[in-house]
Design a protein around this ligand. Structure first.
Ligand SMILES: CC(=O)SCCNC(=O)CCNC(=O)[C@H](O)C(C)(C)COP(=O)(O)OP(=O)(O)OC[C@H]1O[C@@H](n2cnc3c(N)ncnc32)[C@H](O)[C@@H]1OP(=O)(O)O
Ligand SMILES: O=C([O-])CC(=O)C(=O)O
Length: 458
């Protein structure tokens, strides 16, 4: 779905943007009545229509394949991968505005698309960047809290704890106490959500500084920079334009992956109790921090570095195959491969690999080359191993190697960057769930005995 301000020229891949200066809130407000009507009509006409049945394997298999969640901002096709309001990653790369002077789409333009279903104009994107920069100062008590954490606490634990503590700022929670009306929920949820995303760069950069560069000064937020421009600057990489552009692409790309992934689903579940966006998103971060989900990007780097140490950067395909088999035979998973839904290489993996192909220094980088070579043999080994339903790489297989090449080598920090990104999709859903009046999430569970009885009787 494209905005009235953005047209795709018939038969071409070109997008033409017209100036528009609506705020994100204006655009969401305009979109809400239509969606509410659509939901109401669907409920009236089809509340009892079946769209599939439940198999025993769904119940005992982590609800794989069960279409049981409403999530509008993106849909994951097992073969094609993710589409954001219908736009594929190549579409987004063409349509979504970049930073001033940059080429890659930025999280602000992705957030706008996710929230509104529309491609923002250049002016709208700049205005959103400015709004976020103005909201982006970390409250002093949160800075103090983060500074008090022992530096050996995992960076994801620090991020989740600090985001939870920020619920002290929640206007949603304060308004609820004062008896806000249901029709107002989304506005307060949006206000909290924008405040939350705005402080993530300052918060995440502080965690990085404290853990790895204690005592180093943290630059102030630069009001003229976009979200990632500021984040990169505060991480200490502001003068590395290539890494900053990579971070823009990375954070825009990881923003949303439909609703069933563990982090997004967690934010949605917690938000459905009317917990505020800070608490809901902190819960999502702890789901993201598991090695089968977002933490896999840390694990990939650890694993690839161990491989590099053992067989060298110029390892042959046979040596890599042998290393893969040893990983599998020791009972471990190959990190960065497989997926709960995808059955092809992840288009986010492809997009990040393509970024590497545009930079000579990355094409020559030993770690980037090793990741690429691993991709050339791992699917064959995993197919022969015969367990995983998807032998192809997911985004985590590659996201860390570029960071590592450019000197951001503290791989326990990598999932924090993912965490900054995933807020985009989670807060979008929190706002829309409140706008649509979605209820408390509460599926029915069954005991093993009852499941057996139901299955035998079926
Ligand atoms: C951003 C993201 O969250 S992307 C995912 C990041 N996670 C990883 O990269 C970790 C490695 N991958 C995995 O562990 C899995 O592929 C998951 C968790 C992503 C998906 O899990 P599932 O949907 O259960 O995968 P699937 O149905 O293919 O699993 C079947 C079997 O193959 C195994 N398998 C799946 N992927 C792999 C892998 N990469 N290496 C080895 N074995 C694997 C499973 O462990 C399972 O074994 P079991 O029958 O002994 O329990
Ligand atoms: O979709 C999933 O289950 C995992 C994933 O790739 C993501 O959340 O980005």
């Amino acid at each position: 779905m494209l905005s009235s301000q953005t047209l795709r020229l018939a038969g071409s891949r070109k997008f033409v943007r017209f100036a528009s200066t609506k705020t994100l809130k204006d655009v969401i407000k305009e979109a809400i009545p239509k969606k509410q009507e659509q939901l109401k009509a669907l409920k009236a006409k089809h509340a009892n229509t079946s769209i599939g049945d439940i198999k025993v394997e769904n119940v005992i298999g982590g609800m794989r394949g069960l279409r049981a969640m409403l999530w509008d901002s993106s849909v994951l096709d097992p073969q094609e991968g993710i589409r954001f309001h219908g736009l594929s990653i190549p579409d987004c790369k063409k349509a979504l505005p970049a930073a001033a002077g940059g080429k890659e789409m930025i999280p602000e333009s992705m957030l706008w698309l996710l929230m509104s279903g529309k491609v923002p104009s250049e002016a709208e994107t700049r205005a959103l960047s400015k709004d976020l920069a103005e909201r982006g100062k970390l409250p002093d008590y949160i800075a103090k809290l983060v500074d008090s954490f022992p530096s050996h606490l995992h960076p994801m634990t620090q991020l989740g704890m600090a985001v939870a503590a920020m619920n002290h700022e929640s206007v949603f929670q304060k308004a609820y106490e004062k008896g806000m009306k249901k029709t107002e929920y989304w506005e307060y949820a949006l206000e909290d959500s924008l405040n939350l995303i705005a402080v993530l760069p300052s918060l995440a950069a502080r965690i990085y500084r404290n853990a790895y560069y204690p005592g180093r000064a943290l630059p102030e937020l630069d009001q003229s920079l976009d979200l990632v421009g500021n984040y990169s600057n505060m991480l200490g990489y502001g003068n590395n334009e290539s890494l900053t552009e990579y971070l823009r692409l990375y954070i825009a790309l990881h923003g949303d992956h439909e609703g069933g992934n563990a982090s997004a689903h967690t934010a949605h579940l917690v938000g459905s109790t009317l917990s505020d966006p800070y608490l809901s998103y902190s819960a999502a971060l702890f789901a993201l921090a598991g090695p089968l989900h977002g933490l896999a990007n840390q694990e990939v780097l650890r694993w690839q570095m161990a491989m590099q140490k053992e067989i060298g950067s110029e390892a042959t395909h046979d040596q890599i195959k042998d290393y893969l088999w040893r990983t599998l035979k020791s009972g471990q998973v190959v990190p960065g491969y497989g997926h709960g839904v995808l059955r092809n290489p992840d288009p986010r993996f492809i997009a990040l690999q393509e970024f590497c192909d545009t930079k000579p220094e990355l094409m020559e980088s030993p770690i980037v080359r090793l990741v690429k070579k691993t991709y050339e043999v791992a699917p064959g080994v995993l197919l022969e191993h015969g367990k995983t339903k998807n032998p192809y790489p997911n985004v985590d297989a590659t996201s860390g190697c570029v960071l590592h090449h450019y000197g951001l080598q503290e791989f326990k920090y990598y999932t924090v960057i993912f965490g900054v990104s995933r807020a985009l999709g989670c807060i979008t859903q929190l706002v829309w769930a409140r706008a649509l009046g979605l209820p408390l999430e509460r599926p029915k569970s069954v005991s093993l005995d009852v499941l057996e009885k139901l299955a035998n009787a079926a």
